[in-house]
Design a protein around this ligand. Structure first.
Ligand code: SF4
Length: 107
């Protein structure tokens, strides 16, 4: 292996290792996030609820009845987790059965 190839290999290995570490840190953080409170001003502005079935589907912009955080394009974290991070509410966890007015379909 040439010196340049070996240097490139070491750089790529370091970048890959750093990426794995960051992914692990993000997953660990997701479990530690505080739950989004219903009286949070941002949650109220977005009409967030912990239980999507409590919202009349006809009141939604897109009145599909099966909208929940678990099937929203903006949810993060792991499938099956009850509380997960959301791109709209950084630093907080939303309920997988919840809903807000920003719900977007997974493409
Ligand atoms: Fe739930 Fe999607 Fe609203 Fe986030 S943006 S709270 S995942 S419906």
């Amino acid at each position: 292996m040439s010196k340049i190839a070996r240097r490139k290999f070491i750089q790529l290995s370091a970048a890959t290792a750093a990426g794995c570490f960051m992914q692990t840190s993000r997953n660990a953080k997701a479990q530690d996030l505080p739950q989004l409170a219903l009286d949070d001003p941002m949650a109220q502005a977005m009409k967030y609820v912990h239980d999507a079935s409590s919202v009349d589907p006809s009141s939604r912009n897109n009145p599909a009845a099966d909208q929940t955080c678990a099937n929203c394009a903006l949810i993060q974290g792991n499938d099956g987790d009850e509380w997960r991070p959301c791109q709209i509410f950084p630093g907080k966890a939303v309920n997988a059965k919840g809903w807000c007015s920003v719900w977007a379909p997974i493409a």
